[in-house]
Design a protein around this ligand. Sequence first.
Ligand SMILES: Cc1ncc(COP(=O)(O)O)c(C=O)c1O
Length: 375
Amino acid sequence: MPRPISATLSLSSLSHNLRTVAQQLEHTGAQVGRPRPHIWGVIKANAYGHGVELALQGFSQADGLAMLDLNEAVRCREAGWKKPILLLEGFFEPADIAVLDTYRLSTTLHCQEQLTMLSSASVAQPIDAFVKLNSGMNRLGFQQADYRTAYQQAQVLQQRGILNGLGKMTHFARADDDPGTTQQQLHMFNQVTQGLPGKVSVCNSAATLTSGLWATIPDQQEQWVRPGICLYGASPFASQSAASMGLQPAMTLSAELISVRSIAAGEGVGYGHAFVSTKPMRIGVVACGYADGYPRHADTGTPVTVGGVRTRLVGRVSMDMLAVDLTDIPQARVGTPVVLWGAGGPSVDEVAQAAGTIGYELLCAVAPRVPRIIT
Ligand SMILES: Cc1ncc(COP(=O)(O)O)c(C=O)c1O
């Protein structure tokens, strides 16, 4: 018998979330008389821990897929994905360019080194590219002063038949919490890219879900948004739940109680006795620990659902187990189902918040040893 723990992955939730985002974009588009932006479904990090192959099915209606890993991109092509694929960090060495060529992968161009590598490449078919501006994230992208020169170099590569369609791209640092910074970044993007031909791609989940932000971009050329986390049913915003935006959790981490005991007032639970009871309690032990990807930093009080009833984690999370408060759930016994996060339990964002992290990290960190069930 395997340990009673699994991650259930919902294909219909992935599709639902994509549809929800598309409908919101369509709605805004209809209001401002613009077509809805195209959607790159972001599936980096093995589709935020959900599996690339599952995401291919769940996001079959996306206009394209965006990711980082060349091998994952190749897997998508080999699994039959025919629409565009964008590499969000582009390529890393000259040999990668042949893979882009063979598998028809679009690239981000964010640094001079990439332009130099391309200038001595030969390709069977020219490659689509987005030239990225550093508008304030200070991660990837050409500086404001260098951007138009880089774009012109890309245009020369286009004339030489190495590049095909060109686009303009940037990434927001604070679309989730600071509209002012986003507006400054957008203003810089609009100014720097003004008059340059090509598609536009700027919005992650937070920007995509910020009502009508994409439609304020004066450039009327084809726009491509890049939502990731919201497609998996988690929220990009600290203060707005995914459910309130009509999103459904695509991953549910569940387990079972494997032990139940009563303790007296003054007894400690788990390593370090980080929790000490102040009254008689019933404690349940769940077959899930940090080696499964549950955050060790989740504190006493982190929400968890046992037999459909919401309760709390108590004490320190161990490698393979954690303890929960069953005092008000007298019916709970060994074998009672537990939802750590997802459908029928707390949201991954609630657990992440209690552990001082973000839902992204928890979804990506579920350990390979946890069996996946696809529904
Ligand atoms: C360049 C780029 N675009 C889009 C995304 C998707 O972001 P999110 O998951 O917040 O929607 C990411 C993720 O970090 C990214 O790095």
